[in-house]
Design a binder for this molecule. Structure first.
Ligand SMILES: [Zn+2]
Length: 141
């Protein structure tokens, strides 16, 4: 069983509580270890990622920015194997996160399948694949 390290826990600061709950549940049930790499992003950092070379993001309106409720609605989770990033394991983190979301009662969008067609190949083709990225889907009730 895996658990979040100190650094990962510290990065949950200002992450939406429902999303933080998903991360906490997912790590204890995941088939792969992972670390929290990024949550809250400042406008300045988003600008750097957008205008920088290489271009690291496709939007200036990222869910990583603090939203109206004061929280970031996006988290980047990097799978680890032997302490090293294991990018091919992103789908395992996705499985754990989606199971956790069901228990928490929220809906997530995974950056490995933005259009949620159950396939990552089209995302790779478009260059939009972002395996570590998860964000909350707004729920209007
Ligand atoms: Zn992200």
């Amino acid at each position: 069983m895996y658990y979040l390290g100190k650094r990962s826990l510290g990065r949950l600061h200002r992450l939406h509580p429902s999303l933080a709950a998903c991360v906490a549940i997912a790590i204890s049930e995941s088939d792969v270890d992972f670390t929290v790499s990024e949550t809250v992003r400042t406008k300045e950092r988003q600008h750097q990622l957008y205008y920088g070379t290489p271009k690291r993001t496709w939007t200036l309106n990222s869910k990583h920015l603090v939203q109206q409720d004061g929280f970031s609605h996006a988290v980047d989770l990097v799978p680890l194997q032997g302490g090293q990033p294991a990018w091919d394991k992103c789908p395992l983190v996705k499985d754990a996160m989606f199971k956790a979301a069901e228990r928490v009662g929220v809906k997530l969008c995974w950056g490995g399948d933005w259009n949620q067609n159950g396939d990552s190949r089209d995302e790779h083709q478009r260059g939009s694949y972002d395996g570590p990225h998860f964000e909350l889907i707004e729920q209007f009730s």
